[in-house]
Every structure is written in C-alpha cells, then in structure tokens.
Ligand binder design. Structure first.
Ligand SMILES: Cc1cc2nc3c(=O)[nH]c(=O)nc-3n(C[C@H](O)[C@H](O)[C@H](O)COP(=O)(O)OP(=O)(O)OC[C@H]3O[C@@H](n4cnc5c(N)ncnc54)[C@H](O)[C@@H]3O)c2cc1C
Length: 208
C-alpha cells in the first residue's frame, strides 16, 4: 500500500506553504532536482534534470539506470528542488542562515509508455531546460527514445519552504560590532563557448 508522506511543517512552520501556484513558480525557475528513494534500506539521493508539465514533474533517464528501474516499479520517492538565494550573515553562528526556496514533491512516479505522451513529455523537458532549442534539433530516433525512460510524478503531495530577508539576530547581539546582512546569490549564464567542431558560418542563436 502506498503511504502518503507527512508534509505538515514542524520546524520553522512560518516558512512553509502548500500553495500550488507558488510551487509551480519555484519549480519553473529551476533546472535540477534531487530524487530521493530507498532500496533495501539504503537511501539514495540522485541529482537530475527535470521539468514541470502542468501538474506533473517529468524526469528522464536510461532504461538501465537503478533509479528508473526502481521508480518505475512503484517505489515511493521524494523529489526536491532548491534555489539557494543568499548567505545570511548574522551576528552569531546560531542565527547565521541561508535564504532559499525549496519544494519537495512526494509520491510514486509512473513510466510514460504511450509514444505520443512520451513525445510531448520529452518536448516539455527540452523546452524547460533549453527554451527555444527544440525547433532546431533533429528528431530523436526510435532507438534513442527506446533507450530513455520518461517518468512522471504528480505534484499532489508537496510542500514548500522559503526563507527571505535579513538576519534575525537576538536583540542582545545587535550591538556586536561586526558586519551583518545578506549576500545575494544566483545562477547566471556565462559567455557561450562554441563547440570546437562547429560548422563555419553558424552564429549564436538569440535564445542563448
Ligand atoms: C538551501 C537550504 C539550506 C538549509 N540549511 C539548513 C541547515 O543547515 N540546518 C537545518 O536545520 N535546516 C536547514 N534547511 C531547512 C531544512 O530544509 C528543513 O526545513 C529543516 O531542517 C527542518 O527539517 P525537518 O525534517 O525537521 O522538518 P519538519 O518540519 O519535520 O518537516 C516536515 C515536513 O515539512 C516539509 N519540509 C521540511 N523542510 C522542507 C523544505 N526545505 N522544503 C520543502 N518542504 C520541507 C516536508 O514535507 C517534511 O516532510 C535548509 C534549507 C535549504 C533549502
């Protein structure tokens, strides 16, 4: 029997939420997730690419991978997406912190077997990971599609936790003469590097 995960916040509950639109916003601004599952009492947490498609999370992997084999057999999993937004410098070690947004989605994933559903799902993945790219790529061969499993996890049992804002120091620490504040952090694309075997005359597309 599938056990439903407990998503009730116990610690720092004021930072928690179960708001679906907020979960979508956080999921849509990330590219990697960590997939947690347990096999023979050994937990694994595997980093992967993902996309949200409507109320589903999509992940893909080799049909031969341990993760795919286990998840497609109905094993429960937890997929976490984290944005690391800032380092919070408080005036004590205890109150030093991080600003973040994270979503945890719990449940049982389903392998997409239907060819058309798989095609749409793969498109959604590419559109999320590399917007604008799909139209320019060649079609995947059936061999490539068969070697890849696409899994879908409903965004039904989920929780969100976010920390924002300045340090929350004790009043008694406020006169401690050290710098306090937040160093914002974000992931930014760098300058594209052409492939060494790029055909001559090909310019960089706008979507980069
Ligand atoms: C980048 C980052 C750094 C963090 N660093 C620390 C740290 O160093 N030390 C620390 O104690 N905590 C840290 N946290 C918070 C941590 O993720 C947990 O929320 C916290 O430790 C409480 O865990 P718990 O299992 O006791 O929560 P509980 O309140 O017992 O969890 C109950 C339920 O709340 C939900 N939940 C809990 N945490 C999260 C979350 N982060 N995102 C979404 N849903 C959640 C889950 O559904 C969970 O089953 C960090 C979070 C992030 C994103």
């Amino acid at each position: 029997m599938t056990k439903k995960a407990d998503t009730k916040f116990k610690r720092a509950a004021e930072r928690g939420s179960h708001d679906f639109p907020l979960a979508c916003k956080i999921l849509d601004t990330g590219k990697i997730c960590h997939v947690g599952f347990s096999v023979d009492e050994q937990p694994y947490v595997v980093p992967m690419a993902y996309a949200r498609f409507e109320n589903q999370l999509l992940i893909h992997g080799s049909v031969a991978s341990r993760l795919v084999k286990n998840l497609s057999s109905g094993l429960q999993c937890c997929v976490t997406v984290t944005h690391y937004d800032g380092l919070v410098y408080a005036r004590s070690t205890f109150h030093s912190s991080m600003n973040y947004r994270s979503v945890m989605v719990f449940g049982v994933a389903r392998t997409i077997e239907d060819t058309e559903e798989k095609r749409v799902g793969v498109q959604a993945l590419v559109d999320h990971l590399m917007p604008g790219r799909r139209e320019e790529l060649r079609q995947s061969s059936s061999q490539e599609l068969n070697a890849t499993s696409l899994l879908t996890l409903p965004i039904e049992t989920f929780s969100i936790k976010c920390r924002t804002g300045p340090p929350e120091d004790l009043k008694s620490d406020l006169d401690h003469p050290v710098w306090a504040g937040v160093v914002p952090l974000s992931v930014c694309p760098g300058e594209p590097v052409d492939a060494p075997d790029l055909l001559p005359g090909i310019s960089r597309p706008d979507y980069l």
